[in-house]
Design a protein around this ligand. Sequence first.
Ligand code: PEP
Ligand code: MN
Length: 338
Amino acid sequence: MIVVIRPHAPAEKVEQVIREITELGYTPSPIRGEFQTVVAAIGDETTHASLESLTALPQVERVLRVQKRYKLASRESRPERTVIDVGGVKIGGDEFVLMAGPCSVESEEQLMSTAHAVKAAGATILRGGAYKPRTSPYEFQGLGPEGLKLLAAAREATGLRIITEVLGEHDVELVAATADILQIGARNAQNFQLLIACARSGKPVLLKRGMSMRVEEWLLAAEYILAHGNPNVILCERGIRTFENYTRNTLDLAAVAIAKQETHLPVIVDPSQGCGRADLVKVLCRGAVAVGADGLLVEVHPNPAEALSDGQQQLDPEAFAGLVGELRPFANAASRRL
Ligand code: PEP
Ligand code: MN
């Protein structure tokens, strides 16, 4: 870290800072200028207190971090891309991965017909919420364990891998018994106990970005999972809250590019929650490909008008198949297999 001392600080105040740095367990290297001194402090922050508290001293102007706070997620810790193998489906490699399915698992007929349709269109992973985080307690809350059984049956019938959301720490074991990937939703993206419990399940974890999370906070949430021994983290951008109301959320494609630059983790885009409008999903998928996303999470329902959740943003199977066909040349232009 770099400790910047205010210009014209008296020598004894500079010495006090240097002493504090040593006492906190770091090795100080002062660089004394004509008016101002800066002190480089070398040491392991994971085992010593952060030097940021030194800003409490009036003679300290700023403390700057040299290393990223998300040590394990950062590209510096691992220059090569992380490729996650989910039962043969590789996420983060050359293939552009399609995860698709209904917002909520509603019935056997609904899930099976969607599963077969998305598979035929090129998806390799089936999405579907059995536990739903709904804004109102009076809205459909998901089928729970029954929904997990239907997901397992759909995997059996189609060979698709399963991604489904886990809402609470106490459900992790049950959901992990069925899911190939655990989804942590936007509303839970900083539920640190849940992140740790998912990490310990050993299953790959797809971490949505919280609706008001900065990129650094999102990457630090991923860091929780990595730091608790699970290297298989997939980041998912799903839009953030802004003042704009033509869309449900503002899909932040810049954040996708930044996450790809900053980390070695796969990054997926969810254009469905990202805009909340079926008519925009297709073009946003193209945007996702263009900024370097590793795949998509798209909501598909056999009859969106009758969906029990998020009908306004779900595609019917035909629209999804059309989307994939039209996306292929874009993916190939971006050197991704689809
Ligand atoms: C969903 O995928 O249906 C969902 C609830 O997503 P988010 O957590 O991004 O709102
Ligand atoms: Mn949804």
